[in-house]
Design a protein around this ligand. Structure first.
Ligand code: GCO
Length: 494
């Protein structure tokens, strides 16, 4: 079985030598071999790189474009033991010695649970039109099942009311990795039953907040749970079990479909999945690299896209896993019909391309950020958005995450100069604009992230926010990028 990589490239792969060895774009021969019909992206097709690299202004987005920012519950809320919240797998994982950088946990995080009103005012001051946040499952169902915790629901009610008061559209993710520990103890995502528990939880939340939340996202980045949580063990629950990993993938997809069904039954709002998609390019011109990139794309993208939007898992991935795999044996009649229940939109999260070598490994071509799994390649945004529209039809798209960590410091004059974030966002927004011009129905864009926050295994070292958080005081400071983004929003473009 070939094992894909996501944010797992070793630091050694970062070396300048490695980058130099693989510099330059794949040639036309590679493009012909890889094609686009087989699902691998073709960077050589993209002839308009200059527009993306140096937008000269004048890029107006469609009227009513949803300028936004994103966060997730465990990364910002803190208040880990308050108001009846139960434990999640991330509490367990982060409190286990050696699992996170500096032993950091989300116990306090950006203290958003207590400071949400101040954070809502910041969002208003930026002019945000959309705010993507997640609901903490263990705040709603501390033991994973049973009666909901009203104080948990009340917090999100206050939050969505506060958004409406400020003219900001709420976009709520149901699951951003904080599985109740009680459900992990009952087997976690390896257990099919957990998918049904997710649907129960979703229904509770839809009934409580459905009148106030127009857009729902089901599972955030199932692939990251599969890869980081179960293949490599860098994330909760910290397993390294390839056979379990893809059974987990199926159950996450099933959970998504069951939640879509629950929303239809309660009749409120729009719903879709939130997928991190990585364009997979062959690293050289060989037929082997083209073949390897195609399979890599299956594991990275088509496993999740095809099951939701075509009602089938990609045959090449199923064949690679094998008929005896736990995943294939775990697929029951009717599951794919459930998983492919029609969705209203698709949320795309784009951070990095992947270059696949002939032996199925990966290599680098572009500069990285402080996150060593990231390569900065704005054209990948264009490629992935246009590819989704080309291969899956004109389903409405939202970008729900895009960003990078920068080495931000609070200067003595109270400013935070993150010019690297401005150029990153400007180039990626220009690429998104180019996709819109090419006919992609993109309706909104959310920067990851609104605030500096708990970056999972990286703890608080990486700062991804538009807003700087001074953790000792919890003071918020708008970075230079936040001021820039406010202007972008006001101008509806770049
Ligand atoms: C993800 C998550 C976010 C991360 C962000 C930066 O994509 O991993 O949705 O929670 O913090 O992507 O890594």
């Amino acid at each position: 079985m070939s094992i894909p990589t996501r944010r797992l490239l070793g630091r050694a792969a970062l070396s300048a030598t490695a980058a130099a060895r693989t510099g330059g774009r794949p040639g036309a021969a590679t493009a012909a071999a890889a094609g686009t019909a087989d699902g691998c992206e073709d960077p050589a097709e993209d002839t308009d790189a200059e527009t993306t690299a140096a937008p000269a202004g004048g890029l107006r987005f469609p009227l009513g474009f949803g300028w936004g920012a994103a966060t997730s519950a465990y990364q910002i809320e803190g208040a880990a033991k308050e108001d009846g919240r139960g434990e999640s797998v991330w509490d367990t994982f982060s409190r286990t010695p050696g699992r996170t950088r500096n032993g950091d946990t989300g116990d306090v995080a950006a203290d958003h649970y207590h400071r949400y009103a101040e954070d809502l005012d910041l969002m208003r001051d930026l002019g945000l039109r959309s705010y993507r946040f997640s609901i903490s499952w263990p705040r709603i169902l501390p033991d994973g099942a049973g009666a909901p915790n009203q104080r948990g629901l009340d917090f999100y009610r206050r939050l969505v009311d506060g958004l409406h008061e400020r003219g900001i559209a709420p976009m709520a993710t149901l699951f951003h990795w904080d599985l109740p520990q009680a459900l992990q103890d009952a087997g976690g995502w390896e257990s099919r039953d957990v998918a049904h528990r997710f649907a129960d939880y979703a229904e509770i939340v839809f009934r409580a907040l459905g009148d106030r939340v127009p857009t729902w996202l089901t599972i955030n980045e199932p692939k990251t749970v599969v890869q980081n949580g179960y293949l490599w063990g860098h994330h909760a629950p910290g397993r390294q079990d390839p056979a379990a990993a893809y059974l987990v993938a199926h159950h996450l997809q099933l959970a998504h479909g069951l939640a879509v069904g629950a929303l239809r039954a309660t009749g409120a709002g729009r719903i879709g999945p939130a997928l991190n998609l990585h364009p997979c390019y062959p690293a050289d011109d060989s037929a082997e690299a083209a073949r390897a990139a195609r399979l890599y794309d299956g594991y990275e993208n088509r496993l999740y896209l095809d099951s939701v939007l075509k009602g089938s898992y990609p045959q090449d991935v199923l064949a690679d896993l094998g008929a005896d795999s736990r995943m294939v044996r775990g697929i029951r009649d009717g599951d794919l019909a459930t998983i492919s229940a029609p969705v209203d939109l698709l949320a795309v999260q784009y951070y990095t391309p992947i270059y696949v070598t002939a032996d199925g490994g990966t290599t680098r071509r572009w500069p990285t950020s402080e996150a060593d799994w990231q390569q900065i390649y704005p054209d990948g945004m264009y490629d992935i958005l246009t590819r989704v529209t080309r291969d899956y039809g004109p389903i409405p798209l939202t970008v729900t995450e895009n960003g990078l960590p920068t080495p931000d410091t609070l200067a003595a004059d109270g400013t935070v100069d993150d010019t690297g974030r401005i150029s990153f966002l400007r180039d990626h927004l220009a690429a998104a604009h180019r996709a819109v011009t090419a006919g992609v129905p993109l309706e909104s864009f959310h920067v990851w992230s609104l605030l500096d926050n708990f970056e999972w295994a990286e703890g608080y070292d990486q700062r991804w926010g538009l807003v700087y958080v001074d953790y000792p005081t919890q003071r918020r400071v708008l970075k230079r990028s936040a001021h820039w983004y406010r202007t972008v929003i006001a101008d509806n473009g770049l």
